[in-house]
Design a protein around this ligand. Structure first.
Ligand code: SF4
Length: 380
């Protein structure tokens, strides 16, 4: 079973923290839809189209800038080329694009999981983030969404903002919980150099939130969400049991997927010796004009030892952790003596659990997940 990711690279404006690939020129939308349909058609009768497709994910950018008819066209091409056995079809939606009719249209196409980019309900915070929506639009979108008949909906929330008091985050969480969301993706703000916030930090006009504040925010999220039956299952993802994201889970488990659109990634197993990963150029002009063969840059062949290391890294970000038996049987990957020694030390420090051949981070370990994972990998 495989997954399909569609990168829809249009946005109304640049959010101040955003490091994704997007353009604000909407006038080329029609050309883009034509082109992504052509890109999908190229996979007809290839080894990639033999496997049934279990998930489709429309991300961006802002997929909700596409009209229902445009998404329908893309889906018609997918159905023509691939064998669909969908367990989950997700679309990212921005609150300012929501109308009752639009959501009905998406449901009629079989989209059953809506991901709403809320980020915050605080008016000043939304201005700081340069989001295109207002707190009222955020509330309206969730009201309509919770009645629109999606099998599942999820919302994004950003915490760990500079100067964000814990009370502000608490108010955000309370407002979100009022809509009884089955799934929440909560991200600590990371300030990337190429973004507007990155420039402000570089000029000394903004200080990122300190680690203690971020740690308090994580504690608050865990406490409030788990009190409402919503549990963390990955560093940035929380859900009620049974509502975990299928598509993203397949990235963490190294299942095959194909990406379409500029800056999308694909991953495919070649044989028992390894897999390939490739990325499409993040340039809409080239995407629209160049032959497809020239758009796939950064093609990597991933041998088993690299894949094993990556599985260890991805598995440690999940609450299920990673099984040493799986690492051995699937990737022929063995931990070194130094790694085993480090694991037992971190277990004593309360940062890791190691039981029945499964390693997982504890609540304290998750807060410094990236740091711990680098330490473990460099001990190979
Ligand atoms: S809407 Fe999403 S992709 Fe577009 S600029 Fe904002 S964060 Fe980035």
């Amino acid at each position: 079973m495989s997954g399909i990711y569609l990168h829809i690279p249009f946005c109304k404006q640049a959010c101040s923290y955003c490091d994704f690939y997007f353009v604000t020129r909407q006038e080329i939308r029609k050309d883009f839809v034509n082109r992504i349909c052509e890109e999908i058609d190229r996979y007809a009768a290839t080894r990639y189209s033999e496997e049934p497709v279990k998930t489709i994910y429309l991300g961006g950018g802002t997929p909700s800038l596409l009209e229902v008819g445009e998404i329908e066209r893309i889906f018609i091409h997918i159905e023509k080329v691939f064998r669909l056995e969908p367990e989950e079809i997700t679309m990212e939606i921005n609150p300012d694009d929501v109308t009752v009719d639009y959501l009905k249209g998406l449901r009629s196409l079989g989209i059953d999981r809506a991901s709403m980019g809320i980020q915050s309900f605080d008016a000043d915070r939304l201005i700081f983030m340069n989001r295109a929506h207002t707190p009222d639009e955020a509330r309206f979108s969730l009201e309509v969404l919770s009645r629109a008949g999606f099998r599942i909906f999820t919302t994004d929330l950003i915490y760990g903002n500079p100067g964000q008091e814990t009370e502000e985050l608490e108010a955000d969480i309370d407002q979100l919980l009022a809509f009884d969301p089955p799934h929440i993706s909560a991200y600590a703000l990371t300030i990337e150099p190429r973004t507007r916030l990155g420039k402000q930090v570089e000029l000394g006009r903004l200080n990122p939130a300190d680690d203690d504040l971020v740690s308090d925010h994580i504690d608050l999220l865990n406490e409030k969400l788990s009190a409402n039956g919503i549990y963390r299952y990955e560093v940035s993802n929380y859900s009620k049991p049974g509502f975990e994201a299928v598509h993203n889970g397949s990235y963490w488990r190294h299942e095959n997927y194909l990406g379409f659109g500029p800056s999308s990634h694909s991953f495919w197993w070649d044989d028992e010796k390894g897999a390939s990963r490739w990325k499409s150029e993040n340039n809409i002009n080239l995407y629209l004009s160049e032959p497809f063969e020239e758009l796939y840059m950064e093609k990597e062949n991933l041998p088993m030892d690299e894949l094993g290391e990556e599985r260890l890294f991805l598995g440690l970000r999940t609450s299920a952790g990673v099984s040493l038996d799986e690492l051995h049987n699937r990737y022929d990957y063995q931990l070194s003596a130094r790694q085993r020694e480090w694991i037992s030390q971190k277990k004593d420090e309360g940062l890791l659990q190691f039981d029945k051949q499964i390693i997982a981070l504890t609540g304290d370990g998750v807060k410094i997940a990236d740091h711990l994972i680098v330490e473990l990998l460099t001990r190979k």
